[in-house]
Structure formats: C-alpha cells, structure tokens
Design a protein around this ligand. Structure first.
Ligand code: GAL
Ligand code: CA
Length: 343
C-alpha cells in the first residue's frame, strides 16, 4: 500500500476526530461561555453554602464541547452596600448572567439598574424580592421555595409527634409550652414559617402556650446563646422548640447538651432545611424532624435557567409561576424516611 503523505494523514486524522467527537458542526458552532456571577448574602450560611456547592457541580455537569461555564462568587457578609459594589465588579469582569442572593431583600434597585444598563439578566435566589421589584425589568427571575409550605409542614410534623407521644406534654397540663427560634427579621422564611407552623399546630387541635421567642439570624452559635438564656428563664418548662432552620435547631440542642440536660427533661426540636448536619441529627434522634429545603432542585433550576438565558434555548423546559418565578417543593423528613435524604 502506498505510503500516505503528511497532508493525507492530517486530513484522515481530522476526519476521524470529527467522527469520534460526533461534532461535525463544531467548526461553525462557536464555543458559548456562560459566565455566572454569584452574589451571596453571607457565605458562612450553612444552607447556602450547600446550595452553591450543588449549583457549581450541576452547572459544570452541563458543560459540553460547545458550552463552557465559569462561576465567580462574591460574599457580601450581610451588607447590601458591599453587594452592590460586588455586582458592579462581577459585571466589569464580564459575567453574562447574575445569580443574586440579596443581602437586603427589600433593596435590589441598585443591582437591577446596574444589570439592566448592561443587559445582563438576574436570577435572584433564596431571598425573595418583593413582587413590585421583580416587575422592574423583564429579565429578572426568582428561584426559591414557598415559605408557607415549609411552615405548614413543620407544624404538621410537630403535631404528629405530639399526638403520637403523650410524654411530650411533660407536665401533663394539656398544653405544649414552646419557644421559637427565628431567622432574620424581614426575611420571608422567618415571618411566614413561624406563623404557619403555629397556626397548623392550632388547627390540629394542639393546645399551645408560647413561652418566648428569640431571633438568632439562622445561626447555630447565636441560637445556642439565645436558647441558653431561655433555659435559664424557663428551666424544665420548655416542651417544644420550633426553629426556622436546622442550624438554629442544632444550636438549641447544643445549649441543652452544654448544660448536661438528660433525655427525660429535653424538649422536642424541629428544624427546616435538611442540611447535612440537620439530617444527621434527625437520623440520630437529636432532632425530631426537619423539612427538606430542596437545595439540589433549586440549584438545578438556577443552573438550567442561567444557561437558557445566555444561550437563548431551553426556557420552555422550565416551569414558571407568576411568569418568572420557580418554586421547588419542600418535603417532611423524620427518622422514618431519612434514608431517602441521606446520601
Ligand atoms: C432559608 C434557609 C436558612 C437560610 C436562609 C438564608 O431559606 O432555610 O437556613 O439559609 O434561607 O437566606
Ligand atoms: Ca405542657
């Protein structure tokens, strides 16, 4: 057989590569880059750090030969001013889609204006802007979950536990003495979760006596502090702790552990989120239950939406409510179904 010339070999190799890659069109389809700028209200927030880890994983799983994705992340450490500046930096760095977890959910105007000037769409997530703000421009979206549903589910979990176990009413007075650990004031998930959990317990016919509440800003150490104070005041009287999230429920458990309380004098604790630590505590019985805040679902929706907004394809596969919002459902988690959630 005649020896192939260098040129012929080159052509052959190129043809083989095209077949192998299945990318005959590659020449005329340029590489699309989704450059996501993520602005987070506070990176040390447990739920959000788990959500963002999942977001990065799912986004990079969407990369193909035609599509590359990068993520640049900023931490506002609770300040809206800082976050406004960070969004400007993300836009200057060339981000073509933004995922914004507002520091102050009532104050997105500056960010909206900056993004609008450069025509870069914004996906708000987890901290829901008020409806009028989302209407400021047509390229604004929201991905999150329905706060009301999580409150109702927490109330149902607590009601089921109380109805199934008469020992929870430790002083047998026919009422459950409870305290609430709340997230940040003004956060949709704090106000609504507390209200709905308590209403649901009442609807189920549970007699209640609210002893106290404390704001612990979603934070485990703050919750431990506030719980220690409440234990100092109410001693063995507290029968139920409703926490707006798992980290605060765990902080409450920490407070009792530190004071060496024994099991017979412990209240029952309920959280929301199903963080890694939260799920572990449900599995070992430290928490009686939690409500799963579907971080993988939310992160997946954010990733698909970000790609669709940049590439202009795939919007019809996403299901929107109120035109531009995506809400992922919550789910109840107890020792009975924990295996479905622990991976
Ligand atoms: C909630 C979540 C909290 C905290 C908060 C931050 O949805 O349950 O743990 O992450 O968002 O905005
Ligand atoms: Ca009681």
């Amino acid at each position: 057989m005649k020896k192939k010339t260098v040129l012929e070999l080159g052509i052959l190799t190129f043809a083989c590569m095209q077949v192998l890659c299945g990318c005959e069109k590659q020449q005329d389809s340029p590489l699309m880059t989704v450059q996501v700028g993520v602005a987070c209200y506070n990176q040390s927030d447990t739920f959000l750090s788990e959500l963002l880890a999942s977001f990065k994983e799912q986004l990079s799983g969407m990369e193909t030969q035609e599509l590359s994705a990068t993520v640049m992340q900023k931490d506002a450490a609770g300040s809206q001013r800082t976050q406004d500046d960070q969004v400007r930096e993300l836009l200057d760095a060339g981000c073509n889609v933004l995922c914004v977890n507002l520091a102050d959910r009532t104050n997105p105007s500056e960010i909206i204006e900056l993004a609008r000037e450069r025509e870069v769409p914004i996906i708000f997530f987890n901290r829901e802007p008020v409806a009028e703000d989302l209407m400021q421009w047509s390229d604004l979206y929201y991905v999150g979950a329905d706060a009301q549903q999580s409150g109702v589910m927490q109330g149902e979990l607590a009601a089921d536990a109380i109805l199934a176990n008469s020992q929870i009413d430790r002083n047998h007075d026919g009422k459950i003495q409870y305290v609430v650990l709340e997230g940040e004031t003004g956060h949709q998930d704090a106000i609504i979760r507390t209200e709905k959990a308590v209403d649901t317990l009442k609807d189920k016919g549970i007699g209640l006596e609210k002893l106290s509440y404390a704001i612990a800003n979603w934070n485990r150490a703050q919750a431990q502090n506030r719980m220690t104070q409440m234990i100092g005041q109410y001693r063995n009287d507290i029968e139920l702790v409703l926490a707006n999230n798992d980290d605060m429920a765990l902080g409450a458990v920490d407070a009792y552990e530190k004071l060496n309380y024994t099991e017979s004098t412990l209240p029952v604790f309920f959280g929301i989120d199903g963080t890694r630590e939260g799920l572990r505590a449900v599995a070992d019985g430290r928490l009686a239950g939690t409500v799963y805040n579907d971080k993988e679902g939310q992160a997946g929706a954010m990733a698909r939406l970000a790609v669709a907004l940049v590439c202009g394809e795939g919007m019809q596969e996403l299901s929107f409510e109120k035109e531009r919002c995506i809400y992922l459902p919550y789910a109840k988690v107890t020792a009975d179904n924990i295996e479905e959630y622990q991976h």
